[in-house]
Every structure is written in structure tokens, then in C-alpha cells.
Design a protein around this ligand. Structure first.
Ligand code: SF4
Length: 197
């Protein structure tokens, strides 16, 4: 709950190695801003990834200062995370969609190489929250083409999407859990993950 930034500061000083910290959007407002300002002020070298899913997902979708509505549904003034980060003196900031794997990887490499505090805002609405407030049209689920799959299970062990499972020694995707985000298709090296017809 907010300690990632200040812990990363400590690791960056103690190890001299590239450090990456993660924080959610609501926790960033709650207690992450102070650590970020401290890191910039002290010239620490770290990358902070702010996971901006437009809600407080961990505790049940409560609003936070980065969204438009209060808890009672009244319109409120939205505070831009991007502007707060720039206002804290961060010179290297990238906003990415985590659904675009290549773009996100490039942002990570560029941020790690930066000599100072860098921030990546990874912006994508929480799928469960999106279902509640504005249900998206059901995207096409994905499936594993067993003729192409080499069964090395990078998708299960490294990507670890909860829609994946193993049955009869084959990797499969549960239609009911797949939201059709297409990230798995980008990470499979064999191009074995395809949209269902
Ligand atoms: S990463 Fe692709 S090829 Fe490897 S097990 Fe998963 S679906 Fe099969």
C-alpha cells in the first residue's frame, strides 16, 4: 500500500542496479506521491509503473481522485496522474496500454535506461469494473490451435492469465474467463493463440 516507491528508492541506493516498482492508481494518490517526490528530490534511479485501471480494484471498485465520480455518484474534479507526475519533477514519463505488448516493452527498456526517476502509466480500465459501469460488447474469445502449440507453456507459467488451463496435457482457454484482450496472442512465440471463429 504505497511502500513500493520508497522501498525502490532504498534498493536503488543500496544496490546501484535498475529498480522497477509497481503501484496502483488509487494507492498512488493515497501514499505514493510522497515517495515519488522524495525519489526525484534525491536523484534516485528507479522506474515506477503506475497501474491505472480507473478504480480501486483491490477493495471493491471504490473511486479515487483520478476518476470523475465520488462514492455517492456525484461528479467531481478529476486529478490527472500524468500532471501530478510531471508536477513532481519526473522528466521521463510514458503512458502505455498494457494490451500493446511491444509498445509496453519498449517503454520499459527506455525507462530503465533513463538516468533518474522514470514513470510508466499503464492505462487500461479494470475489466470487472468495466463490466459493471459500461458493459463492453463481448469480444471474441481466443483459443489455442493445437496443431501449432509446442506445449512449452510460457502462456501458463509466465503470462499466467487465469483463463488458461491444462487438460489432457494440452493448454486450453476458458471461454467464460477470456475477455478477448489479445495479449496472449502477442506473447505466444508459436503464434498458436488465435481468435475463435
Ligand atoms: S505459449 Fe503458445 S505454443 Fe507455448 S504452450 Fe502456450 S499456446 Fe502453446
Amino acid at each position: 500500500m504505497g511502500s513500493s516507491v520508497s522501498t525502490a528508492s532504498g534498493f536503488s541506493k543500496a544496490t546501484g542496479r535498475p529498480i522497477i516498482a509497481f503501484i496502483g492508481d488509487s494507492t498512488f494518490f493515497h501514499s505514493g506521491i510522497t515517495g515519488l517526490i522524495n525519489a526525484v528530490h534525491n536523484n534516485h534511479k528507479l522506474t515506477l509503473v503506475i497501474l491505472d485501471n480507473e478504480t480501486t480494484a483491490m477493495t471493491g471498485h471504490q473511486p479515487h481522485p483520478g476518476v470523475d465520480m465520488t462514492l455517492l455518484g456525484q461528479p467531481n474534479t478529476r486529478i490527472s496522474i500524468e500532471e501530478v507526475v510531471r508536477g513532481a519533477g519526473v522528466k521521463q514519463l510514458t503512458v502505455v496500454s498494457p494490451r500493446k505488448v511491444k509498445e509496453t516493452m519498449e517503454a520499459v527498456k527506455k525507462s530503465i535506461a533513463f538516468d533518474g526517476v522514470s514513470v510508466i502509466i499503464s492505462k487500461e480500465i479494470c475489466p470487472l469494473y468495466a463490466k459493471r459501469v459500461a458493459p463492453p460488447a463481448k469480444a471474441r474469445a481466443f483459443m489455442v490451435n493445437q496443431n501449432r502449440c509446442k506445449n512449452h507453456r510460457d502462456c501458463v507459467n509466465l503470462f499466467a492469465c487465469p483463463a488458461f488451463y491444462v487438460e489432457d496435457n494440452q493448454v486450453k482457454i476458458n471461454d467464460n474467463l477470456c475477455i478477448g484482450c489479445a495479449v496472449c496472442a502477442q506473447v505466444c512465440p508459436e503464434k498458436a493463440i488465435i481468435p475463435k471463429k
